[in-house]
Design a protein around this ligand. Structure first.
Ligand SMILES: [Zn+2]
Length: 412
């Protein structure tokens, strides 16, 4: 007798279901049901609801080996990397450190409501493989590739690290991300090797682009033959719809047009931009150019694992400059990054939504005090804003329950 164990479950509350086109489906009270790890149906019920149900968050830019040192700043980007981050990541060469930190990070990330994402590892392939062994399907990770301009303990020839991917089992390899840390840490030949390997194995690519003016000047000095910072990656074949570039703050019109033309995604990390004083990302210019973008935490420059904190900072930072609603922030932290991951794994189809057949990732949050619950999308905007105004330190543990692939992973 073959018996398939199909775990079923449900949660009840006011349901906010974001769509990729920016619309928000609102259920004043509904039951979200799932079977076998996927949502089976959403059924209206009689209220009042006492909690809010959102899809699990999706974070496309998060450095897991920095989670234990987040919030420790030593000035702007380059001194912070050299003084705080690189020494912290060097410790992950020790497999016992990597395994303990991977375990702790995943527990905290799921607790914060993030059920899928693209992660940046330390510069050691084994550490990324350790993380992937423990992470639910829907998480992707790559070692930060570094071969120059950093302490020796972090450096290895990029081409030889990439050669090792051939020995990784195919089902694991497709969850690896080609992750040149940023242009200053990789030679032009190393970047070419990244582009070739990403094409050969059809892997996602992630890196950093134009976060800080000192960084931009450094790249110009290191790659005088390139048109600009974006071109450094472009000439190695590293732009495209399976690529996420973090930040993109200081870009020319040519660069924005090139990102749009190649379908490259930008991860906008407003809490990180605040913390490292990198400047406000010119959201209105990205919109005008038609660049695809999502919201991300950029742990550990971003101090909190919660996408709610990135949503809060997004609404605040762009006030007076660009239209930035909490409703849009929700879509940029769920369904849109979910669409990026669905390109990499068909099991991720529907990720970041609460619709039938989507992965059963659900975050239940308390209704803010005094809030009656939403009946319309205007109410939902007000409700989301009220949730984002919770004391910032509480945001990571605000979810009362988190469900990932139909399994309760926090709360309840
Ligand atoms: Zn980053």
């Amino acid at each position: 007798v073959s018996e398939v164990h199909v775990a079923a479950g449900s949660l009840r509350g006011a349901v906010l279901n974001p769509a990729a086109d920016g619309r928000l489906q609102v259920w004043p009270c509904a039951e979200v049901r799932w079977v076998g790890g996927r949502i089976s149906e959403v059924v209206a019920c009689d209220g009042p609801a006492d909690r809010v149900l959102l899809p699990g968050f999706v974070d496309l830019h998060c450095h897991w080996p920095q989670s234990h040192v987040r919030g420790q700043f030593g000035g702007q980007l380059l001194p912070w990397l050299r003084g705080a981050i690189w020494p912290a990541e060097a410790a992950f060469a020790d497999p016992s450190v990597a395994s303990a930190r991977a375990e702790a990070f995943l527990a905290e990330l799921l607790r914060a409501g993030t059920c899928a994402g693209l992660l940046f590892g330390p510069p050691f392939l084994d550490a990324s493989l350790t993380l992937l062994e423990r992470a639910p399907r829907g998480f992707f990770d790559g070692p930060a590739l570094m071969e120059c301009n950093a302490p020796d303990a972090l450096l290895a020839p990029v081409a030889s690290t990439l050669d090792q991917l051939a020995t990784v089992a195919p089902e694991v390899r497709r969850r690896l991300v080609v992750s040149p840390r940023f242009a200053p840490n990789v030679t032009a030949a190393g970047l070419d090797a990244c582009g070739q390997v990403a094409t050969r194995w059809r892997l996602a690519v992630q890196s950093h682009l134009s976060e800080n003016l000192d960084e931009v000047a450094w790249v110009r000095a290191l790659f005088p033959e390139a048109l600009d910072y974006t071109d450094v990656y472009d000439r190695s074949g590293l732009l495209g719809p399976r690529t996420v570039m973090a930040h993109g703050i200081h870009l020319s019109e040519r660069e924005l047009a090139r990102l749009a033309a190649t379908g490259t995604w930008v991860a906008h990390c407003p809490t990180s931009n605040e913390a490292l004083q990198s400047g406000r990302m010119p959201l209105e210019r990205l919109r005008a150019a038609g660049v695809s973008w999502v919201l991300a935490t950029d742990i550990g420059a971003g101090p909190l694992l919660s996408q709610l904190d990135a949503m809060r900072a997004f609404v605040e930072i762009h006030r007076g400059f660009a239209d930035a609603t909490a409703t849009e922030a929700l879509a940029r932290a769920t369904v849109l990054p979910g669409q990026f991951l669905a390109q990499l794994d068909p099991a991720c189809a529907g990720l970041g939504t609460l619709t039938p057949d989507a992965p059963a990732h659900v975050v239940a949050l308390p209704l803010p005090p005094g809030h009656a619950g939403p009946r319309t999308s205007d109410d939902a905007e007000a409700l989301l804003r009220a949730m984002l105004h919770s004391p910032r330190a509480n945001l990571e543990t605000l979810p009362c329950e988190v469900v990932c692939w139909g399994r309760t992973v926090a709360g309840a």
